[in-house]
Design a protein around this ligand. Structure first.
Ligand SMILES: [Zn+2]
Length: 495
């Protein structure tokens, strides 16, 4: 898509969303007003009858006192009405995300809900919906992943701007905004629902306190709905991305929602949905039935250039062992304050987690675990703990880079020293890249492993050319592939 079209499209979508939200708000206000009017009418009737009766019986009190009573009475009814409407709205959202138990509990939290027809009807509705759900086959759940989205592919894929090698890398590994939007909509239309990797299992502990996994037999979705796990790699806005039409960092908007800070090619500065996290959050706010219990995805983080565009690695603080990119960046940012950078990144991490996302270790140095020794992995993990975990919190998941793994497809065994190291360090979930099959899940007593499908230029190109059928169940790659990409899109190492 051309830059102008892209800008228009972004503007259109944000306006449409605003308009729809306004319309919904107005509709809600109208409904509330109608309800209130109805209540007031009933109340007026009751008051009328009561006052008629009391005057007939000669029990008529002082007029001002009676008026006061009426006002406080209507106030209570109105308050109750509003409170119930709010409870129902919250319950509807929970039920839309297939959390029927929580929805029912929410409604039943209203004292005397049994007497309120709208509330009992909701309980019946959620109970029926829950009963119609079927258990997911947790061994057949696909896992898709993205890197950051190219906002201006004509820039990111231009060898004159990026250099041939980097432009080829971007073409192979990255997804454009319009490809992401088409995939997200098509998968939603096909019934896909985001679930967490940890939703596939039940985690418990044995008598020695070791974590034990069993298949989750109770991951329930309505018939026709299909589970999918999502991850996003390398959300650091590396220095190597600087020329390539990515946002430069994540920020919080005035409501505390995670957005991207993006400086366009023409120098215009914008805050909006310019990458996977805010873009998917906005989509799922509008389509809450696209996520199971509010699930989003896992964000796989390295640490060497910091996280979310914040330069939080200790190298920026000590100014030792800086790369040329890092030195240049520090020179361009003389006001840089490392403590503040960590503080800001921590706020972003909190807001990301609050919106349903989780974090995973992607190694501090983007290492291919296949070619590293246990000692190297240990040193790398220490760095990750000190420079990333301090910001995003603990995680039990490793998402391997460069398509690597700490073993082949056979079960990890106790004599696998890398596996033993990661287990001891507290990791139980492992993800590799496997774009050769529609899904690959390995649930074992002591770990869970899943293969991930790269939804990048290389995969989309091959699928659009009929060279692979791996995406066929998810969406039609022909409808998705951005035709402005240089073709053929070649494989380019791994990311
Ligand atoms: Zn990576």
């Amino acid at each position: 898509m051309e830059k102008k079209e892209l800008d228009d499209e972004l503007l259109r979508q944000s306006r449409a969303l605003k308009r729809r939200k306004e319309q919904m708000k107005k509709r809600r206000q109208r409904q509330n007003l109608l309800k209130m009017a109805g209540c007031l009418a009933v109340l007026a009737l009751i008051v009328g009858v009561t006052s008629f009766a009391t005057s007939k019986l000669g029990l008529n009190g002082e007029k001002p006192a009676k008026k006061q009573q009426t006002e406080s009475g209507s106030e209570t009814v109105r308050e109750t009405e509003n409170k119930n409407a709010k409870i129902l709205e919250e319950a509807e959202l929970l039920a839309a995300g297939y959390d029927y138990d929580a929805a029912i509990e929410k409604v039943k939290s209203v004292k005397g809900y049994e007497q309120e027809e709208s509330l009992t009807a909701a309980v019946t509705k959620y109970t029926t919906a829950k009963a119609s759900c079927v258990a997911v086959d947790v061994d057949a759940v696909p896992h898709i992943y993205y890197h950051s989205l190219m906002n201006e592919p004509t820039v990111a894929l231009d060898a004159a701007v990026m250099g041939q090698q980097e432009a080829d890398n971007m073409n192979a590994w990255m997804t454009t905004v319009d490809e992401f939007d088409k995939i997200t909509q098509a998968m939603y239309d096909n019934g896909y629902v985001f679930v967490r990797l940890r939703d596939l299992v039940v985690e418990s502990k044995d008598e020695n306190g070791n974590v034990i996994f069993t298949r989750n037999e109770n991951l329930m979705l309505p018939p026709g709905k299909k589970p999918v796990v999502l991850s996003v790699d390398d959300l650091s806005y590396y220095h190597s991305y600087e020329k390539a039409s990515y946002p430069d960092k994540l920020v919080l908007d005035k409501d505390g929602a995670v957005k991207c800070h993006y400086v366009k090619k023409d120098g215009t500065e914008e805050v909006g949905d310019f990458d996977v996290v805010p873009r998917l959050n906005s989509f799922l706010e509008e389509h809450p039935d696209g996520a199971y219990h509010g699930a989003r995805g896992m964000i796989a983080l390295t640490g060497y250039d910091g996280v979310f565009g914040y330069r939080t690695d200790t190298a920026y603080q000590t100014k030792e062992n800086l790369t040329a990119d890092q030195s240049a960046w520090l020179e361009a940012h003389p006001d840089f304050d490392w403590d503040n950078e960590v503080k800001e990144a921590t706020k972003i991490a909190e807001a990301i987690k609050k919106s349903g996302w989780e974090f995973a270790n992607h190694t501090w140095g983007h290492l291919n675990v296949s070619n590293k020794t246990v000692d190297e992995l240990k040193a790398d993990n220490d760095k990750w703990v000190n420079t990333v975990q301090n910001i995003v919190g603990e995680t039990d998941t490793v998402i391997f880079t460069h398509g690597g793994d700490i073993g082949d497809w056979h079960d990890y065994s106790a004599d696998n020293a890398k596996f033993s190291f990661y287990k001891e360090a507290g990791y139980n979930f492992f993800c590799n890249v496997d774009g050769s099959v529609p899904y690959w899940v390995q649930i074992r007593e002591n770990y869970v492993r899943q293969g991930r499908i790269n939804l990048d230029g290389y995969m989309l190109y091959r699928a659009s050319q009929g060279q692979t059928e791996v995406l066929n169940d998810l969406f039609d790659a022909k409808q998705v592939f951005n035709e402005s990409r240089p073709t053929p899109v070649a494989a380019n190492g791994g990311s």
